[in-house]
Design a binder for this molecule. Structure first.
Ligand code: N01
Length: 848
């Protein structure tokens, strides 16, 4: 058994959220972070002036509405120390520290196909095995210093902005050389110019920059904005860049010049880069349209910089605006009006070498006391290339990617099973608001791992075909835009010898998300999911209890709820009131009406939930409660949730309870009600039976009786942790014998005693449907099981028997859940998730 379910590499925005999400899914996780603090890019890039160019209200996690409401940003664009404080707050708030190991660099990750595990080596000489590896190492973390001749001989200090000394650097009175004028150079330059005796800026390529208009956040704006935060986040998720940008919706080429100017001036005054690029529909796809923005920015540079020759040098002319990251600064261009700043054009006068005293270009020499390199990163692939990653048959990732990165959806790569990348090459990543893209990836990866674990797949691997098709799509979309026209780090042009491949996906955050969702919904299309363990053996995955479920268990313990088997049926029934109060109401349903069904033994009360007119079919639902407790009222919240999720009529049945009415009273009512609904309510449309726990038993038995009698025909049987057999000598009973997990072995014995006091009756297949001699001809089944549930293994056994009889079965196992979770709709998020999954299966069975 692996040491861990998941190893996460890196603890920046991506790694931090990955730890939280995976842990919440009940998996054991450890993140390794090379830095001595969390934050990734925001930890390392602590140079003066470091500030995010996405607004703080956008550049923040959305997964927790409470976090979103309670955290306040001080500035419109957050400075590096504030982002770092925020991330530390997140780690504190969600208790993530125990699962993050700092000062530890992952140096190798080796896949073992025999055990289906990754061996992860770290620079503290330790080794851990894990079933899954999530690479959250960052798109811009492998910094690069150009290989200038003589750098070693330089007598003064030199720095790369991405490894800035944490104690800061004092440039007062020094002659400083700054190489690089990308987003970083533009931010750090004015800060150095402020204190240095002289600043030489060595510019190879001039860069476009627009103002930030940074300002403190107005508390009243914040208050009002936060009332619509959830809706705003939804817009961000569906947007092109991960930030809702109001564009004009028109073409720049078709716009009258006056109108064009008015739009650009407005946006220039408002600040921010995305509003510029999103102003017109054709700015990023049509060179003439793009030129209108480019010329507007060049005019502002000429207006700002007093020396016309310097201004001209600062005007970018070699690539379309936006094709390299559009920089943002409120003071960069004006800095060149200072007497202590000199711009050196190293395009026409290239840097030849560093000497002990300064920097020599082809035509001149610059005496320097310190050098700052703001020379960027081996982006997108550099961080992974620096780890010895080996997949199937020992294939190194660097070898597979020798001609450029290939990844399906940017999230997985063929030949590297169970390895996922957060914002990998081929995903929107750096062309979007990173936090939105990170959350989407982490959530998708977590769902995929949960799916694999719950379905007992040992390996999840992207196919070469899917990867190839996706790669072609990424390139096709990129070449329909102006992006490939720049020598940018997006194509790897900044690293000598790096293959030129356009790495990020420019099709848009919303479009990309929709594609990922489709892939998952289709059972992870484009991935091969394999089981390589011997049949019948369950995976040895250590699964902890879902935190919300744990809270329920803790609440019961604190309230001193006695075990069921120690109580009388009346006490158990009365004890359900606080549970019902805890769960609260279900969602609104368009029409809810109580009816009476004429049963053979008397009237059967029932409730019909109709979420919409023209229901595509009808679900007959049987509540749980061990045949002893429970009612339509008690189960109202979860049945409403299911009705809404399925989008069809659901009829919830108040069958007779034991011990007043012993077997077969409940199953007789259940079947009578089904027959009546078929003939009087369903109107010839598809019919489904469903139920949880003892209700799952009644659903399975009703399906058996319908097959054995003359119907009705059923489209699906939905069995939610069903009771299928009276044999209590199963592993899951042994596991929960005497342990308080909502239901334990003694409780279940107590329920059987009340329902079938005659032990011989328990082997009747209409009490223990697992004992039916023949399972063929039964309707397709959706079986749901929970890990921490004595009924778990009989659910598995029932699914296996159905499958063996060639009945189509979808089995969904909730790896960290407890018995009864499906009913706890306002308390345990998985209840809604399960209802959504069951709803989708029901709709599909009804032909939707
Ligand atoms: O790196 P860059 P960066 N000789 O690669 C020059 C994000 N970011 O750290 O353009 C001389 O963009 C190079 O010249 P050229 C953001 O996504 C965000 O600035 O290759 N010069 C260029 O001028 C950004 O895009 C924020 O001709 C050399 C510079 O170094 C990404 O990080 C802040 C050279 C490198 O620019 C990277 O930005 C900072 C050489 N041998 C960063 N080699 C915000 O959120 C390289 N250069 C605001």
């Amino acid at each position: 058994m692996a040491d861990l379910d998941v190893v996460v590499v890196g603890a920046g925005f991506a790694g931090i959220y990955a730890v939280h999400a995976l842990r919440s899914a009940g998996l054991t996780v450890r993140a390794f972070e090379a830095g001595s603090g969390i934050g990734g890019t925001w930890f390392w890039n602590c140079y003066p002036g470091a500030r995010c160019d996405v607004e703080s209200k956008d550049y923040s996690y959305s997964f927790s509405p409470e976090l979103e409401q309670e955290w306040s940003w001080s500035e419109r664009y957050p400075a590096q120390p504030e982002v770092l404080r925020y991330l530390n707050h997140v780690a504190d708030r969600f208790g993530l520290w125990p699962d993050i190991q700092l000062d530890t660099r992952v140096i190798a990750a080796i896949w073992d196909g025999e055990t289906a595990e990754w061996t992860v080596r770290t620079d503290d000489r330790a080794e851990r095995t894990a079933r899954f590896c999530v690479m959250a190492a960052g798109c811009l973390s492998a910094y690069q210093v150009p290989a200038f001749r003589g750098l070693d001989s330089f007598r003064g200090p030199w720095y790369h902005t991405s490894r800035w000394p944490r104690e800061g650097v004092d440039f007062t009175g020094l002659r400083v050389g700054l190489v690089g004028t990308g987003s970083t150079g533009i931010q750090v330059a004015p800060e150095i110019a402020e204190v240095a005796e002289r600043l030489y800026v060595f510019q190879r390529t001039a860069n476009f920059a627009v103002p930030n208009r940074n300002a403190p956040v107005d508390p009243e704006f914040e208050r009002v904005f936060k009332t619509g935060y959830r809706e705003y986040r939804e817009q961000a998720r569906a947007s092109l860049l991960g930030v809702p940008v109001a564009g004009t919706g028109r073409s720049a080429r078709a716009e009258p010049p006056d109108e064009l100017q008015r739009t650009y001036i407005e946006r220039w005054q408002a600040g921010g880069g995305m509003p510029f690029l999103g102003a017109y529909t054709d700015v990023l796809i049509d060179r003439a349209a793009n030129d209108t923005v480019a010329e507007f920015i060049r005019e502002r540079i000429r207006e700002t910089v007093r020396d016309p020759a310097v201004a001209e040098l600062l005007c970018p002319t070699t690539y379309p605006v936006g094709a390299k990251r559009l920089c943002q600064s409120d003071d960069y261009f004006a800095m060149y009006n200072r007497p202590n700043v000199t711009l050196v054009d190293v395009r026409s006068d290239p840097i030849e070498e560093v000497t002990p005293d300064g920097l020599r270009t082809a035509d001149g020499f610059y005496a320097l006391d310190a050098i700052v390199f703001a020379t960027g990163f081996d982006a997108m692939t550099g961080a992974l290339a620096r780890i010895d990653i080996r997949g199937t048959d020992g294939l190194p990732l660097t070898e597979k990617w020798a001609a450029g990165p290939r990844a399906y959806l940017g999230v997985a790569t063929a030949g590297f099973p169970n390895m996922f990348m957060v914002t990998g090459p081929g995903s929107p990543s750096v062309l979007s608001n990173m936090v939105v893209s990170i959350e989407q990836h982490v959530e998708w990866i977590t769902d995929c791992i949960e799916h694999a674990v719950s379905h007992e797949y040992t390996c999840v691997e992207a196919t070469s075909e899917a990867e190839k098709a996706w790669g072609e799509h990424v390139i096709e979309v990129a070449y329909s835009t102006l992006f490939p026209m720049a020598d940018s780090w997006y194509v790897g042009a900044n690293i000598p010898g790096k293959p030129r491949v356009f790495a990020p996906y420019i099709g848009g955050v919303g479009t990309y998300r929709a594609r990922c969702d489709e892939v998952a919904l289709a059972g992870y299309e484009g991935f091969v999911l394999t089981v390589s363990l011997a049949e019948g053996r369950r995976l040895a995955v250590s699964v902890s209890v879902n935190p919300q479920a744990q809270e329920v268990l803790d609440g019961r313990a604190a309230a001193g709820v006695p075990p069921t088997w120690e109580q009388t049926p009346e006490e158990v029934r009365a004890g359900f009131a606080p549970v019902k109060a805890m769960i609260g109401p279900g969602p609104a349903v368009a029409s809810v009406r109580d009816i009476i069904i004429p049963g053979k033994a008397g009237e059967i009360p029932a409730r019909v939930y109709s979420p919409a007119p023209d229901s595509p079919g009808t679900v007959v639902y049987y509540h749980g409660g061990g045949w002893v407790l429970g009612s339509v009222d008690d189960w109202d919240a979860c049945v409403r949730t299911l009705a809404v999720a399925a989008g069809c009529d659901v009829v919830s049945i108040d069958y007779r309870l034991a011990p007043e009415h012993v077997f077969p009273a409940a199953t007789d009512d259940a079947y009578d009600a089904l027959v009546w609904v078929a003939s009087s309510l369903a109107g010839g449309r598809p019919l489904v039976v469903a139920g949880d726990s003892a209700g799952g038993n009644l659903a399975a038995v009703s399906a058996l009786r319908a097959r054995d009698s003359s119907g009705p025909a059923l489209a699906l049987q939905v069995l939610i942790y069903p009771v299928t057999d009276h044999d209590l000598d199963r592993e899951s009973y042994r596991q929960y014998d005497g342990r308080e997990f909502i239901l334990n072995k003694a409780d279940m014995a107590w329920f059987w005693d009340h329902y079938t006091p005659d032990p011989a009756a328990r082997s009747n297949p209409y009490a223990s449907p697992l004992r039916a001699s023949d399972m063929s001809g039964l309707p397709p089944a959706f079986v749901l099981t929970a890990e921490h549930d004595p009924l778990r293994d009989e659910g598995y056994a029932f699914a296996d028997r159905l499958r063996a009889a060639r009945v189509p079965v979808e089995h969904r196992h909730y790896g960290s859940q407890i018995h009864g979770f499906f009913t706890m709709v306002n308390v345990i998020d998985d209840a809604d998730k399960a209802a959504a999954e069951l709803g989708a299966a029901i709709r599909a069975a009804m032909g939707g």
